[in-house]
Design a protein around this ligand. Structure first.
Ligand code: XLS
Ligand code: CA
Ligand code: CA
Length: 438
């Protein structure tokens, strides 16, 4: 049975097309900057939003029907979601998906029952994957929804909860490996705290690190060769989250010797919640050799929470793609951790959300390549640091200069002239020119 029979195969029709169910910029096979667009932009569908979220918020129930012809909370429904997901991905030409264990099946009465359900559904997903190009980008465990995780999973004060989390992670890793996933994500949903009055921060962080080490050891022992990712987020649900942003997460990974196995999964809306731009956190990850994957969405400038909107801001996708291209690409992909707005509740809206997101990143890619080819921004940045091209500058860069030597030179000069202008306004006009001309 076809669920989306009224919706067509989505094709590239070019920028002049007015067809809402066509790509204007995403042309999967087009080669740009040495690679096919689809290889620059490994788009993934997030199981939780696309197949599970109905638009419920704290003021009212969902508006979208995601039953897909089956009774929610049953294994029939779990399978109907698989059918819907595969039909959806095929129609949009999406070749990857990401999942939490809890998105795949309803939780059983105990771990044994949940695990048996996961075995059944992953068998079914595998059978649907056969003969298609559809692959698993990454898997993860939901360690935040169930009330047992009220104080976190790895950071919980309860040993029982900690062990339950370990069992859940073990199974989620097994499912990821079974589905050929190339990444495994830790988003520290409730790994943080509300008040220091009841919290031993060092103890909690050490326990999270131990759990991650155990996860790495186990995954490697069953043949997982992919990357682990921390997905930074500064707030929501906890007031203080341990993985606040890219820099904080990298410090944590290094502190506990996890940096060889982990990279970061940077989510746009999480970077902005941390008071950074998306491109800032991408850059921090990249210069530390830890840019792994991206959760492609956007927040709302007016709101201080995680709205998980489909990316539409081409200024932002351009600057993000510039960072990604400069870093040599992603080892992971671009997962649409994004959902339709509550009043956009139809199947057609699901398609249009993805078309918007895919086109926004495709246009971002095109414009980022244009900025690189234009060269003015790179040239300006190079020039800005050119004083360090001198012999003395090189000596400093090579770590061979001393403070006394620099001090003697500075005293001899007497005064340091002002550095050259930063020319931010000029650079911003170059961006506008490349974005909006031609
Ligand atoms: C929530 C996170 C979550 C992770 C996966 O804000 O974005 O969905 O991506 O657990
Ligand atoms: Ca995310
Ligand atoms: Ca989010």
């Amino acid at each position: 049975m076809s669920l989306f029979e009224k919706l067509p195969q989505i094709k590239y029709e070019g920028p002049k097309s007015k067809n809402p169910l066509a790509f204007k910029y995403y042309d999967a096979e087009r080669v740009i900057h040495g690679k096919k667009m689809k290889d620059h932009l490994k788009f993934a569908m997030a199981w939780w939003h696309n197949l599970s979220a109905t638009g419920a918020d704290m003021f009212g129930p969902g508006t979208a029907d995601k039953s897909f012809g089956a009774e929610p909370g049953t294994m029939e429904h779990a399978k109907a979601k698989v059918d819907a997901g595969f039909e959806f991905m095929k129609k949009l030409g999406i070749e990857y998906f990401c999942f939490h264990d809890a998105d795949l099946v309803p939780e059983g009465k105990d771990l044994a029952e949940t695990n048996a359900r996961l075995d059944e559904i992953t068998d079914y997903i595998k059978s649907k994957m056969a003969g298609t190009n559809i692959k698993c980008l990454w898997g993860t465990a939901n360690l935040f929804s169930n009330p047992r995780y009220m104080n976190g999973a790895g950071s919980s004060n309860s040993l029982d909860v900690y062990c339950h989390a370990a069992a859940t992670i073990k199974k989620a890793i097994e499912c990821t490996v079974k589905l050929g996933g190339t990444g495994y994500v830790f988003w520290g949903g409730r790994e943080g705290y509300e008040t220091l009055l009841n919290t031993d921060m060092k103890f909690e962080q050490e326990n999270i690190a131990s759990l991650m080490h155990m996860a790495v050891d186990y995954a490697r022992s069953i043949g997982f060769t992919g990357d682990f990712y921390i997905e930074p987020k500064p707030k929501e649900p906890m007031k203080h989250q341990y993985d606040f942003d890219a820099a904080t997460s990298i410090a944590f990974l290094r502190q506990y010797g996890l940096d060889k196995d982990f990279k970061l999964n940077i989510e746009a809306n999480h970077a902005t919640l941390a008071g950074h731009t998306f491109e800032h956190d991408l850059r921090v990850a990249a210069i530390n050799g830890m840019l792994g994957s991206v959760d492609a969405n956007q927040g709302d400038d007016m709101l201080g929470w995680d709205t998980d909107q489909f990316p539409s801001n081409v200024y932002s996708t351009t600057l993000a793609m510039l960072e990604i291209l400069r870093a040599g690409g992603l080892t992971g992909g671009l997962n649409f951790d994004a959902k339709n707005r509550r009043p956009s509740y139809t199947y057609e809206d699901m398609f249009e959300g993805f078309i918007l997101g895919m086109d926004s990143f495709a246009l971002g890619l095109i414009k980022a390549v244009a900025l690189i080819e234009d060269g003015r921004i790179d040239e300006f940045v190079k020039e800005r640091y050119a004083s360090f091209d001198s012999d003395l500058g090189k000596k400093i860069r090579d770590g061979e200069a001393s403070l006394t030597e620099l001090s003697d030179i500075a005293i001899k000069k007497g005064i340091a002239p002002l550095p050259g202008s930063g020319r931010q306004e000029y650079l911003e006009s170059v961006i506008n020119e490349v974005l909006f001309q031609g």
